[in-house]
Design a protein around this ligand. Structure first.
Ligand SMILES: Cc1cc2nc3c(=O)[nH]c(=O)nc-3n(C[C@H](O)[C@H](O)[C@H](O)COP(=O)(O)O)c2cc1C
Length: 317
């Protein structure tokens, strides 16, 4: 995979499902990744886990993200991901949630670079597809462990490392320290480094690429209600970053409404009314910055059927 200037949709648990990934891919994201799934869960309860691993051809190149703390399980799970037809496996080494770190996975691996390396090695040896890792700066008081972890992971044959430069303790507070992305790229100049954290539009993306030298930019929260952000970034970076920094340069109203309708219709086709209930949060995100949004959001609890969804969209957007 060629990474230079690549725009990647971040894995976001409960959000970046197959429908949302396709919309982002159609609007300028070059690469998508599933939300994290448990390596153990994939092996023990494949039926339950597979619903998080459905994808369509239009999403390619697509990676599946695994979390786990046991190299042998990671090897088996990575092989299963390869058999499912994914283009790469991404290993989660940054999730700060206690349920994940208590088992030694996610951000807990930042305190144990050797184990992180063994996990990457296990995945590389069996996946049959490229393996990448997504890390944070450090677990707690050792904010530089990303360098040791990256050394182990690259040494094990990982094709790329994504750095979200916050510690586990920071969760999402403060600002991502892009200086650490620059340092990672300086320490591993020949390797693929993906920058992530606080990119909200074209100017941020341009700055991240130029200030850190990273090969690719990953965008998470700013894509919520704004799958157009990727094409806006592409245009903005090409134009030298002159475009506005936020959703203001989204598409014209009719195209916007059509995409939102399609989003909900596709969710309904795939998941029935559960899909429409899922759409409530997306509608809230799509409505950000539009006059009357808070009243609209208050009414969303009543949107349950496809007809109610369509009516709400036609009225508001
Ligand atoms: C709701 C939510 C869910 C997330 N789920 C995942 C996940 O499953 N795997 C992962 O590696 N990171 C996950 N993240 C972290 C994001 O991928 C990303 O690293 C972080 O949001 C910083 O990027 P941003 O500033 O562009 O949002 C999640 C973040 C949020 C807000």
């Amino acid at each position: 995979m060629e990474f230079t200037g690549t725009l990647i949709l971040a894995p976001l648990a409960g959000i970046t499902d197959t429908t949302f990934r396709l919309l982002c891919r159609e609007h300028g994201a070059d690469v998508t990744i599933t939300e994290m799934v448990s390596a153990k869960g994939l092996l023990m309860q494949p039926g339950r886990t597979h619903r998080y691993l459905r994808f369509g051809e239009g999403e390619r190149p697509i990676g599946a993200q695994l979390f786990g703390a046991v190299p042998e399980e990671m090897a088996e799970a990575a092989a299963a991901i390869g058999r499912l037809g994914f283009d790469f496996v991404d290993i989660n080494m940054g999730c700060p949630v206690r349920k994940v770190t208590a088992g030694g996975a996610g951000a807990a691996l930042l305190s144990n670079p050797r184990l992180a390396g063994r996990i990457a090695q296990a995945a590389v040896s069996s996946a049959g597809i490229p393996v990448t890792a997504k890390i944070r700066s450090g677990f707690g008081t050792e904010p530089d462990s990303y360098l040791a972890v990256a050394r182990e992971v690259f040494g094990a044959g990982a094709a790329a490392v994504t750095l979200h430069p916050r510690t586990r303790g920071q969760m999402f507070s403060g600002r991502a320290d892009w200086g650490q992305i620059a340092r990672l790229k300086r320490e591993f100049p020949g390797r693929v480094v993906i920058g992530n954290g606080d990119v909200t539009g074209p100017e941020d993306a341009r700055r991240m690429l130029s200030e850190t030298g990273c090969d690719a930019v990953m965008v998470g929260r700013a894509a919520l209600g704004n799958p157009w952000i990727f094409s806006a970034i592409r245009q903005g970076v090409a134009a030298g970053g002159g475009a506005p920094a936020t959703a203001g340069n989204g598409p014209a109203r009719i195209a916007r409404r059509a995409l939102i309708l399609r989003h909900g219709e596709e969710m309904h086709r795939r998941c029935g009314e559960a899909g429409i209930r899922e759409m409530r949060k997306h509608l809230a995100w799509y409505s950000r910055g539009i006059p009357g949004a808070s009243a609209f959001r208050g009414d969303l609890v009543r949107v349950t059927t496809l007809d109610e969804f369509r009516l709400a969209v036609e009225r508001f957007f």
